[in-house]
Design a protein around this ligand. Structure first.
Ligand SMILES: Cc1ncc(COP(=O)(O)O)c(C=O)c1O
Length: 311
C-alpha cells in the first residue's frame, strides 16, 4: 500500500523498524514470480503457485506457532492483512447474531464495536474500508508499559454484552514494541459472561518473535487468537509487497471472500436441439482436455455456465 503512515504522517519522534531492504534470495524469488507471471488466484490456473502457497502457508503457521487448521492469505502488506482478517471477523461476529453481512450489508445490522489497545493507523483504515467506521473504535486504557489494561478491557466488554465485538491487540507496536497479554485477553474476550469476542493481533513486527527461542515468551498465547496480520517486508527483508493474514476459523475467512461483485462473467453454449446444459458441459470438457486453456464450469440459476473466474 502506498503511503503508510509511518512514512507520511507528521511525527514528534521517530520510530525504528526495518523497512525497505531486501536479501538476495528474496529478490531472486521476486524476479522469478514476475517472469513466470502466473494467475495465482486458483489452482487450476497456476498449480505451481498454489502449491508454493500451500507449502509456505504451512511453514509459516509452524514457525509462528499458529493453529495448523488456520487459513491464510498472501496479500500486499499488513494493511491488507488487517482488511482480510477483519472481513472474516465481521462475517463471523455478525453471523453469530443471525446477520449475513455479505447478503444484507451493514446498514440495519447490529453495530460492531472494535476495542483496541496500541494500534497502527492501518487498523483504523481497515475498519474504514470495511464500512464499520472509526466511530466503532473504542480505545481501551493502557498500562504504563503500553499494553492493554485487562481490567479496563473487562469494563468495556461489560458495557455492552450483546454487541458484536472485535478486540484488536498488538504484537510489537510501532512505537515501543509493546506486546499485549494475549493469553489473558483471549481467555477473557472469548468467554465473557457467555459472550465471545473476536481477537485480532497486529503482528507486523512482533509475530516473528515466535520464531526466536530468545523472544518467543513475548507472544505467549498468540495461538488462542482468531486472526493475525503480519508482513514479510519489514523484519524479513523480502521485497514489497508481502503481507500475510491468518484466520483460525477458515470457514469465516472463506465466507467473507466469496461474494464477487466485479470482474465476473458467465458464458453458455447454445445447442441447436435445446439441451444447452449438456452442450455447455461438453464444450468445457473438450476445451479442458486439450490442456491449452482451462474453463471452470458452474451452475447459475439452475443452468450450466462457464465462469471466467474459478473458485
Ligand atoms: C504495527 C504496524 N502494523 C501495520 C503496519 C502496516 O504495514 P504495511 O506497510 O505492510 O501495510 C505497520 C507499518 O509500519 C506497522 O508498523
Amino acid at each position: 500500500m502506498p503511503g503508510t503512515d509511518c512514512c507520511t504522517a507528521p511525527v514528534a519522534a521517530s520510530s525504528a523498524g526495518s523497512s525497505g531492504g531486501t536479501i538476495p534470495a528474496a529478490i531472486a524469488a521476486d524476479w522469478l514470480t514476475s517472469v513466470w507471471d502466473q494467475n495465482a488466484g486458483a489452482y487450476a490456473c497456476a498449480p505451481s503457485a498454489s502449491i508454493i502457497e500451500e507449502v509456505v502457508g504451512g511453514w509459516l503457521k509452524e514457525i509462528l506457532g499458529l493453529p495448523q487448521q488456520a487459513s491464510y492469505a498472501f496479500v500486499t502488506g499488513c494493511q491488507m492483512a488487517h482488511v482480510t482478517a477483519l472481513a472474516a471477523a465481521r462475517h463471523k461476529i455478525l453471523a453469530d447474531k443471525g446477520w449475513s453481512v455479505e447478503e444484507q450489508g451493514l446498514a440495519g445490522g447490529p453495530p460492531i464495536r472494535v476495542l483496541v489497545g496500541e494500534h497502527h493507523e492501518t487498523l483504523r483504515r481497515a475498519v474504514r474500508h470495511l464500512g464499520i467506521g472509526t466511530d466503532a473504535i473504542v480505545q481501551v486504557a493502557l498500562t504504563d508499559d503500553g499494553t492493554i489494561d485487562v481490567a479496563a478491557l473487562r469494563v468495556e466488554l461489560e458495557r455492552d454484552l450483546e454487541a458484536p465485538t472485535i478486540v484488536s491487540l498488538a504484537a510489537g507496536d510501532l512505537n515501543r514494541g509493546a506486546f499485549d497479554p494475549f493469553d489473558e485477553v483471549c481467555c477473557l474476550a472469548h468467554d465473557y459472561k457467555g459472550h465471545r469476542a473476536w481477537v485480532h493481533i497486529d503482528g507486523a513486527f512482533g509475530l516473528w518473535s515466535a520464531a526466536s527461542t530468545r523472544f518467543r515468551h513475548l507472544v505467549k498465547g498468540i495461538e488462542k487468537a482468531d486472526s493475525w496480520a503480519t508482513d514479510g517486508h519489514k523484519w524479513l527483508n523480502v521485497p514489497y509487497d508481502s503481507g500475510i493474514a491468518f484466520v483460525a476459523d477458515a470457514d469465516s475467512h472463506r465466507a467473507s471472500m466469496t461474494k464477487p461483485i466485479i470482474n465476473q462473467g458467465l458464458v453458455r453454449f447454445l445447442d441447436p436441439n435445446g439441451d444447452h446444459d449438456a452442450r455447455t458441459v461438453e464444450i468445457i470438457e473438450a476445451i479442458n482436455k486439450t490442456g491449452e486453456a482451462w474453463f471452470g464450469a458452474t451452475m447459475w440459476q439452475g443452468h450450466a455456465r462457464h465462469a471466467n473466474l474459478a473458485e
